[in-house]
Design a binder for this molecule. Structure first.
Ligand code: SAH
Length: 345
C-alpha cells in the first residue's frame, strides 16, 4: 500500500512518514491526490458551507516579544491602541447585522485587560448575542483565568502552538517563554471544555520539513477542533525583516494534509494566505479549508494591528469585506453561511 493510501485510510502517520510525505510536496500527482481527498472530506462533513468568524483585533499592546511579530513589546515603532468595551460591542453589533454568528476577540497579551475586565466583556457579548459563539485569542493565561473566561461564556480559544520543536521555538521566542508552557495551555483549554485551535506558521525562519512533521504529530496528539496555519510573512520592524515569506504552495499542501488527518476540523483559509496571493483564500478553501475570518475591527485600527507587512483588507468597512468574500467564495462553488459553525463531534 502506498504512503498516501495508508494516510487516507488511517488519518495518521509516523514522523518519518510525514517527512516522506512532505518531501513529495512538489510532486503534482501527490499534491492533487491529497487535495482531492481533502476536498472530498470537507464536502462530506460540511457540504459547500464556509463558516465566517468576525475578527475583532481589540488591542495591539503586548507584553511578549515573539521575534517574528510586528506588535511585540520591543517594537517601539508600533502605534498602540485598545478598544473600549463599548467599541468592542459595537463591532459585534455591526457583525451580527452582517450575518456573523461567531466573534473572535484577538489581541496581544495586554495586562490592561485583567480577568475582571475580560469577564465583563465576555458576559456582555454573550448576553447581547446569545445565539453567537465567542472565541478568545489572547495568549497564555493561567488555568484559573481560562476557567473564569469559560464560566463567563467563552466557547472557543485559539492559541497557535507556533512550532512543536523545542529548538525552533527557542530561536523564535525570548527565554521567558516556553513551548512547554504553551502546550500546557492548550491541554488546559481542552480540559475546560473549550473548542480549541492550535496551529503554526509555515516557513517561519529556520523551519525545516522535519519541524513541520513535528507540528503534525503534535496536532495528531492534541486533536484540536480548529487548526490555524498561515505562511510566515516578514515584518519590517523585526529581526526577520529580510527573511523570505513562507510558501503558498506548501501552506496549501499542509491544509490538505491537516484536513485528512483531522477530517472534521475547522480550518481557516487565513488572511496571511490572502496577503501573499491575491486568490490565496480561495485556493485555501479549494485545498480543504472551510472557514474564513474577515475583519470586524474599526477601519482606523486595522493597519495598526500589524503582525506582518502588507496585511490585506485594512481599508475596507466590515460590510464591504463580507460582500467581497461572499463573492470570492461563490466563485469557487462554496457559500458563506450565517451559522455559529461549531465543531462536529
Ligand atoms: N497574542 C495572541 C495572538 C497572537 S497573533 C497569542 O499569543 O495567541 C495571532 C497569530 O499571528 C500568532 O499566533 C502567529 O502565529 C501569527 N503571526 C504573528 N506574526 C506573524 C508573522 N510575521 N507572519 C505570519 N503570522 C504571524
Amino acid at each position: 500500500m502506498s504512503l498516501i493510501d495508508r494516510f487516507v485510510e488511517s488519518h495518521n502517520l509516523s514522523k518519518t512518514e510525514y517527512v516522506e510525505l512532505l518531501e513529495c510536496r512538489e510532486n503534482e500527482e501527490t499534491a492533487r491526490r491529497l487535495r482531492d481527498e481533502a476536498v472530498r472530506l470537507r464536502k462530506q462533513y460540511y457540504g459547500n458551507k464556509v463558516f465566517t468568524r468576525g475578527l475583532i483585533e481589540f488591542t495591539n499592546y503586548c507584553k511578549n516579544n515573539c521575534y517574528y511579530c510586528g506588535i511585540r513589546n520591543g517594537n517601539r515603532h508600533a502605534t498602540r491602541y485598545r478598544l473600549t468595551e463599548d467599541e468592542i460591542l459595537a463591532c459585534c453589533q455591526n457583525g451580527y447585522t452582517l450575518g456573523y454568528r461567531t466573534f473572535v476577540l484577538q489581541g496581544g497579551e495586554d495586562p490592561y485587560y485583567t480577568d475582571e475586565r475580560m469577564v465583563k466583556i465576555i458576559q456582555r457579548i454573550k448576553k447581547e448575542f446569545p445565539d453567537c459563539a465567542l472565541t478568545l485569542s489572547i495568549g497564555e493565561k493561567s488555568y484559573e483565568s481560562y476557567q473564569l473566561f469559560r464560566n463567563a461564556g467563552a466557547d472557543r480559544y485559539l492559541l497557535r502552538h507556533e512550532t512543536a520543536d523545542e529548538t525552533l521555538y527557542r530561536s523564535l521566542h525570548p527565554e521567558v517563554m516556553s513551548l512547554e508552557a504553551r502546550k500546557q495551555c492548550l491541554y488546559n483549554l481542552k480540559e475546560l471544555g473549550y473548542q480549541v485551535g492550535a496551529g503554526f506558521m509555515v516557513g517561519a525562519p529556520g523551519q525545516t520539513i522535519s519541524h513541520i512533521a513535528e507540528d503534525l504529530l503534535f496536532l495528531q496528539d492534541l486533536q484540536p477542533q480548529m487548526v490555524g496555519i498561515g505562511p510566515f510573512i516578514p515584518h519590517h520592524d523585526t529581526i526577520y525583516a529580510e527573511e523570505r515569506a513562507g510558501s503558498v504552495e506548501l501552506t496549501l499542501f499542509l491544509l490538505s494534509v491537516i484536513r485528512i488527518m483531522l477530517p472534521k476540523v475547522l480550518l481557516p483559509a487565513t488572511t496571511a494566505l490572502g496577503t501573499l496571493d491575491p486568490r490565496g483564500r480561495e485556493k485555501g478553501l479549494s485545498a480543504g479549508a472551510n472557514v474564513v475570518m474577515p475583519n470586524l475591527s474599526p477601519v482606523e485600527n486595522r493597519k495598526l494591528y500589524e503582525l506582518y507587512d502588507n496585511k490585506i483588507c485594512t481599508g475596507e468597512e466590515a460590510a464591504e469585506c463580507r460582500g467581497c468574500l461572499s463573492k470570492r467564495v461563490e466563485s469557487i462553488g462554496y457559500q458563506l453561511v450565517t451559522e455559529r459553525g461549531d465543531a462536529l463531534q
